[in-house]
Design a protein around this ligand. Structure first.
Ligand SMILES: *[C@@H]1O[C@H](CO)[C@@H](O)[C@H](O)[C@H]1NC(C)=O
Ligand SMILES: *[C@@H]1O[C@H](CO)[C@@H](O)[C@H](O)[C@H]1NC(C)=O
Ligand SMILES: CC(=O)N[C@H]1CO[C@H](CO)[C@@H](O)[C@@H]1O
Length: 265
């Protein structure tokens, strides 16, 4: 039953979008049927698989902090060609800590916020360079013991921590989930004390576990030399060393920003 029903649904759509449906060319249905439908290619990898996009595309049903309803509508089209405008011009509105995003020191320190440590002050030299993707043991949050067990070599400055969050597809679920995996305070402290890591990436909306939310952020951001990248899309990436490239928006005055991150093999 399903295929004929599907066809019935598709036929009017194709007919409406194919160029031949234009009233100026009513005559040639046979050649029109062969016209490819105009549609962009959507890619998670580029350059023959060499460039991996580890950014989540923004969706209405992506999780939003402590919300069960997801991000919701964030894009509008106030001026549209369909309504007689010369061009389409969309507007967007969303919390700066939505989807794949970055935290600046002003996020959890009022005096850093007041002093202007916003996302525009973050060092592009830290945000771009060799990075290690590691798998965190799936049965624990990131504690001092976890950090020790990962044996991240000295000198490694950028680490993307892939956790149970990826296995649980948490970034693909609309409902915010407080049981996500993140850094406990002692794990954050261990990282600061014993590694050279200056960029911490993670696969859900916060690097800090919900139970240690503020304490872990405070430890990581206190010295203003560690950058936090959250909500990364780390599925289908083989652990190892990549060239990481992350670029936040230059939002002066904002302690968070959407960010585009890619890995190059
Ligand atoms: C077209 O204009 C009307 C009236 O201003 C508005 O309600 C509608 O949302 C617009 N549609 C689009 C697609 O922009
Ligand atoms: C991690 O911590 C959260 C609370 O912040 C908890 O709900 C969750 O069960 C923990 N996950 C693991 C794998 O221990
Ligand atoms: C290119 C593009 O975004 N075109 C859009 C212009 O606006 C109409 C709605 O009025 C959309 O349907 C088009 O996709």
């Amino acid at each position: 039953m399903a295929p004929p029903l599907l066809l019935l649904l598709l036929v009017p759509l194709v007919a409406a979008t194919a160029p031949c449906a234009h009233p100026a060319h009513p005559s040639q249905p046979a050649s029109c049927a062969a016209e490819p439908v105009l549609a962009p290619e959507r890619r998670e990898a580029h350059g023959g698989g060499r460039i991996l996009d580890i950014t989540h595309y923004y969706r209405e049903d992506m999780p939003s902090w402590e919300s069960g309803a997801g991000v919701g509508q964030f894009l509008w089209l106030p001026a549209s060609m369909r309504n007689g405008s010369l061009a389409n011009n969309s507007e967007m509105r969303m919390p700066t800590h939505t989807g794949t995003h970055i935290d600046a020191p002003g996020h959890v320190f009022q005096h850093y916020f007041d002093a202007g440590f916003d996302v525009d002050t973050l060092d592009l030299d830290v945000l771009n360079g060799p990075a290690l993707l590691v798998d965190v043991p799936r049965d624990e949050n990131i504690t001092a013991k976890t950090m020790e067990s990962l044996h991240i070599p000295k000198g490694v400055q950028r680490v993307l921590f892939r956790t149970l969050n990826t296995d649980r597809n948490l970034m693909w679920k609309k409902e915010f989930d407080t049981s996500y995996v993140g850094f406990m305070k002692d794990g954050a402290q261990w990282l600061v004390d014993n590694t050279d890591i200056k960029l911490v990436g993670i696969d859900y909306l916060s690097v800090a576990a919900f139970d240690d939310l503020i304490p872990s952020h405070l430890v990581l951001l206190e010295n203003r030399d560690i950058i936090l990248v959250e909500g990364l899309k780390l599925e289908n990436v083989i652990p190892g060393i990549y060239s990481l490239h992350c670029l936040p928006l230059r939002l002066r005055g904002a302690e968070g920003s959407p960010i585009r991150c890619i890995l190059i093999k």
